[in-house]
Design a protein around this ligand. Structure first.
Ligand SMILES: Cc1ncc(COP(=O)(O)O)c(C=O)c1O
Length: 377
């Protein structure tokens, strides 16, 4: 009996492969995975413990608990000036489920989905599973920004939506003002949906700007979650913000796939506006330090203004650099090939202890100096 053909088109993420390779070695400094090294804030932990002690074990409403939704709506208004009502939010199993349920709700077989690259590896497989086609648009010549003419020529009558991830994994770059104007223009001209994956928008170096233009509000779907900002990667909590009719559609998918989100985690998320400034400052300072070190090494790097990633260009095949760094210097990074056709870039995750980052950068510098000495002979 034949199983789902789409699965033959999907591979396990290459990031996972390189991370597993790194795990074969002892005492490695791992700058691979985008997972904060801090534990969840105390307020969040206590809310979860209290929920267990109060016997909060029952099914909850598919769209999410009322006070969890209220807390998140107040938080997005306060921090990102995003104004949504209680029937314009749904609580999801991480931003991954928010994205997956949204794509299933929007896509028909044969549709096209535009994704700027370099791109987070989680998107294209979800498009394939929905019998649609991913159209990657390279942003490297525009310093990873969105420019009207580059994107406009990739849009066809089959284009359903564009998935934007800013601040971006792997580049750390956020949208500039021109990108925002150009995206709005494209969405209006072609009537396409804009999915905004804003999972890193609290981890900013500069001020974060979302797309809040009211003329495209009914086309915007925002996915977000607490994994990165609140160190809740394993607790699987996220949310989707969109117009009421869109939320109703997305919920149709969600209620059959997950029913609803884990009750305990939803209680924890009522504390979303707890103080996380210190950890944000910590990663900001890590990223700025890495930027300074990498530019001093003579590497070409676009300065990140959010997330905890940095994506330098290296004078080396990035997969070869991965193995050389691992074997000679006991440092693990992620090759740029995991995010598209970027064989001369590497992604460094700075979501780690500063002293580890500093030592890893010393070792990267040593390897690159040895490499350039060898090549100049
Ligand atoms: C851009 C981006 N979106 C979504 C996710 C998944 O986040 P969540 O844990 O909320 O599902 C990640 C995780 O690395 C990511 O980098």
């Amino acid at each position: 009996m034949k199983t789902n053909n789409n699965l033959t088109k999907i591979e396990f993420p290459m990031i996972r492969h390189f991370n597993m390779e790194a795990m074969k070695f002892d005492n490695i400094i791992k700058l691979t995975i985008g997972e904060p090294h801090f534990t969840p804030p105390t307020e969040v932990q206590n809310a979860a413990i209290k929920a267990i002690q109060n016997d909060e074990y029952r099914y909850v409403l598919s769209e999410g608990r009322d006070d969890t939704k209220k807390a998140i709506l107040a938080y997005v208004k306060k921090h990102f000036n995003q104004q949504y009502n209680e029937d314009e939010i749904m609580i999801t199993v991480g931003s991954t489920e928010a994205l997956s349920s949204t794509l299933t709700a929007l896509i028909n077989p044969g549709d096209e989905v535009i994704i700027p690259s370099p791109a987070y590896t989680g998107y294209a497989p979800l498009v394939t599973l929905n019998n649609a086609k991913t159209v990657f648009v390279d942003t490297i010549k525009d310093d990873f920004q969105i420019r009207y003419h580059t994107f406009n020529e990739s849009i066809t009558s089959k284009t359903k939506c564009i998935v934007l991830n800013y601040p971006n994994n792997p580049t750390g770059v956020s949208l500039d003002a021109k990108s925002i104007t150009d995206i709005i223009r494209i969405a209006k001209e072609h009537g396409i949906y804009i999915i905004l994956d804003e999972i890193y928008n609290r981890l900013m170096i500069d001020q974060f700007t979302s797309i809040t233009d009211t003329s495209v509000r009914d086309k915007i779907i925002i996915v977000n979650g607490l994994s990165k900002s609140h160190s809740l990667t394993g607790w699987r909590i996220g949310y989707v913000l969109a117009s009421k009719p869109l939320i109703k559609l997305i919920m149709k998918v969600h209620q059959y796939v997950v029913v609803g989100v884990n009750t305990i985690t939803q209680f924890a998320a009522t504390q979303i506006d707890c103080d996380i400034d210190e950890r944000i400052e910590y990663y900001k300072s890590n990223v700025l330090y890495a930027y300074e070190r990498l530019t001093n090494m003579g590497l070409n790097v676009v300065k990140p203004n959010g997330t905890y990633y940095i994506f330098p260009e290296v004078p080396y095949d990035s997969e070869k650099l991965f193995y050389d760094l691992l074997e000679k210097e006991k440092v693990a990074i992620i090759p740029g090939t995991c995010f598209g056709n970027y064989p001369k870039h590497i992604r460094i995750s700075c979501a780690c202890d500063f002293l580890d980052l500093k030592e890893a950068l010393n070792r990267i510098e040593r390897l690159l100096t040895d490499f350039s000495n060898l090549n100049s002979k």
